[in-house]
Design a protein. Sequence first.
Length: 792
Amino acid sequence: MRDGPQPGSTPAARRPVVTLEQTTDGDVVVVRVAGLVDERFAGFGEIGHAKTIVIDVSGMARMTSFGVRQWMKGMEALPKSVTERYLLGCPMFFVDQLNMVLNFGGGAQILTATAPYSCSSCGAESGEVIDLIGERGVIARGAAPERRCSSCNGKLELEESPESYFTFVSKHGATKLRSEVATHLAQLGIYVSQDAGADKPPKVIKLVQGEVTYFRISGSIGQTFRARPFIIGTEGEVVLDLGDVTRFDVGGLHEWRRLVKTLANQVEAVTLVDVSQSFLAMAPDSFAMAKNVYVASVLVPYQCVDCKRASQQSYTLTAPIPSGVQVCSTCGGNTENQLPPRIVASLAHAASNPPAASAKVIARRDEMLSRALTDEKVAQASEASDASNADDTVIGNYKIVRKLSAGGMAEVFLASQIGIGGFEKPVALKRIQRKFLESRHLAIDMFLNEAKIAGRLAHPNIVQVLDVGEVGGALFLAMEYVRGKDLRDVVKMLQANGDLIPLGLACYIVREVAQALHHAYWSTDHEGNRLSVVHRDVSPHNIILSFDGAVKLLDFGVAMSSVTEQDEPMIVGKWSYMSPEHTTKAIDHRSDLFSLGVVLYLLCSGRMPFHGAEPVEIIDNIEEGQYAPLTGVPEPLAELVNSLLRPNPAERPQTGQAVASALAEILRNYRLEQTSADVAAFLGQLFAYEVIEQEPVLGSEGHDTIAMEMTTIRLAVGSSPTQAQDTPSASVPVVPSTVSPSGLLDTVGGADVTFTPVTPVSRSANLVWIAAVIALVVVVAILIGIVISRLD
């Protein structure tokens, strides 16, 4: 027996008490037992009317002889309603008890057990987890599951005969799990059977950015996972993005350890991104393999206590993971953190500050992937001759070119609208993911809502909806194709560089959006009825800047208007941008103006106005108007932001046009005027590689134009074309171009920046100067004529 009571050990009164942690999902109860099980063990707690109990003993340190007796009493005391009993994570000493003590298992089936192995090459000893469902065939043959040494990759040998060690588990090993049980265990991240589905190799995307090699892993890390493709030829720094890993089980543990250990010895740094609960449960030792292994972020699972909606959120480890409740985006109820304390504890000693180059790639990974990812289905369909796949490449009159992005409910493609006589027009085609078409899903309602509202809006600052339809069961929305970047990506890039957007551009962009919001609310339909469109999700993510300088508002999926249903039960939008009245659902267009004020504050300062450790704190600060006033900007601009962020809607500007007019006056009076050409030049500098790499959609026209624009940009780096040609006089203060590392405007000469309004030059004055120049030209021409006539 590997462990048991120790004669002369610490008296029972001083020994640590065993801990129990219980989670329930429907009729499934999971009880985690950790620590020492001795004579004080009093059973498994209140089980209720559960049908299934899973007892996780992986955290059990040891068990005394008296503890064995108490354990058996606890198993006998389980209610008769419990018809399924499972043991998970059985340590070696626990397996010994199962083999020796009659009825110790209490009728339970074994899911996983640890077995003693040693390496035949280097002699290293290890405890290897055996999945009884996945490897029942091997054990039934009287053989030992094969394992490899994590140190030298040599073959591991079972230290005991398989027949002896697996005496109990070979007879009482689990063969299958109810789907409800399997789902609950997978959500907790403590067990996923190797037989839960076909174990296909994960899909891996590799991108190289400077000295950083980025890997995105999608799918399962199981028996078919191999380290070799990641290792060969890799150098510099490595980022392993695990955000799309659907499961992590024991079958892939050896190869994963081999991957991390080899890379840590081979490259300068290895950074893990979005590690999941199942990963933390299976491979927490990844963090301790080397000092150059970092963890940038972790996916924290949440569940709403009211509507039971499950969700997850990515958190960086530079600050403690929030332990309090969040606000459910579906019903507004409380969502609870489902990450067990022992999982959080495994992150305590993880290095969380990756090198700067890796951190920059991580911050930009979404934009990198949006360019690099291709639609696998479309690619397969375009290469295949089978006409049955045609609906994946041609939808109605639209031919798909490539995937642009994919979200939780819809996919967006670049497509060409096909017409007679060789007519083609590039469009953005949004398509509902097929899995949501089987039932009347919320995604469909939002999709049709966007079509109904945006289809009635025609404004240069709103992405136009061109068509909506259904082909072969696929709902699609054809929209104006805008080649550019959304404002969220712009802000992220600036923050990564420690920069701010030029103040004039910030005001110009917000002015354009204000005009879009004004049109959306005050425009009328063909019968003269006001549309009264309230966007409800005004945020940088829904503001796009095109590479040719246009500013456009998009995504009216959660908007409300006079042409849509008004009994929307959900709280929609992003908490940090919501107006105080948003949570009451009694909102109008002034709520959008509040959100626009948050955007303007962010662009001017590089930070959000409202803060809080939890969403509830953010909401409280919004309702109370608690934020730090803007500094380092013209006083009228600070006053405008203050008015937009007032909690009382009646005290804000009452129309989008009022906001646009105020910003136009500020731009004019402080000589900050900007145009679409300035936006294009700014994006060209910030995303130069994308502007060059983007291929024209139709023909080859436009490629030379892009090259010419880039040449101009390179000649005037650091200033817009307007600024380069028109330098203000020394007496007129201008916005400083330098930015401090904190992202705030530096002061000039150590003093505070002051802004003096510029007196605009009148049109009549301009006309006088033009007339004088023309008169001078005429006089010169007459004199030249006289001289020539005399020579003749």
